[in-house]
Design a protein around this ligand. Sequence first.
Ligand code: ATP
Length: 303
Amino acid sequence: LFRLLPQLSALDTYRSRLAHRSASVEIVQNFLRRDNKPFMVNGSLPYSRLEKEIRFNNVSFSYPKLSETEKDSFDESKPILTEINLSIPQGSTLAVVGTSGAGKSTLADLLCRLYDPDRGTITLDGEDLRNFDLSALRSAIAVVSQDVFLFNKTIRYNLTYASNYTTETEIWEGVKQAYAEEFITQLPEQLDTRIGDRGIRLSGGQRQRLAIARALLQKPDILILDEATSALDSLSEQQVQQAFNRLSCTRFIIAHRLSTIQNADQIAVLKEGKIVECGTHSQLILKQGYYSHFYQEQTDTNQ
Ligand code: ATP
């Protein structure tokens, strides 16, 4: 029996790890389960690059009910986005602002085609998003959000898997621009340090810096920033923004700190899934509506 003790102890460790992770397993199971989730049909058009504009044409959307367990947590019929119309010219920046739950991230998810609209269309140069080959489309889009996804692999892998060919100098340039150089150079194996379960644990801010560097290295055609610099101090945030501005891509930015989006070509204000105002910072300030109200509130808080 004694000889079995090490194995029994190992088994117990696995059992408790499994129990710890069962919540995540359930989420993944729910995601994978078909139920009445609409099937996402892949398109056949190869995506190369945007020439003219991204358009949202009368887009309405509500989340599909995934399973019985989720029935209680989300109201299936609740419209999340209603008749959204937007035109984002190639190379320009659209910023989306609004209160929590207004539907900002959902709008970005539709652009990445994580879901399809219930009504209306999203087009790239007039072509419905649904007609494009999904993997080609997604590899042209870089997303930096608050929930950074990283592989349990090396920092180098996490930085470069989305880029075609990246030299050592380019990687360090991206790392520098994302303010990740300081912490990476202190790691035992620098870019070759393994992260995640079997490697070192990174803080939220460090993870976000890696995601920023990854997006810069990817040189995407469409860049989606969803609260992408929330973990940075305001000086680093400004510098990172300048680095993003140097990319010749079309930008879709979701921001809570309005000071970060004042130079956007257009700012759309979302309220309960509808666009209630759209214009430049100065146009919206003159309008004295929702945006100017939010802006005033934030300026007062920061003083
Ligand atoms: P925040 O600023 O807090 O991130 P947001 O404006 O980005 O909010 P969304 O995350 O787009 O808002 O959420 C809009 C609405 O959709 C919310 O009511 C939210 O509860 C709901 N929602 C978000 N994700 C799902 C989902 N996977 N299934 C069902 N409902 C969802």
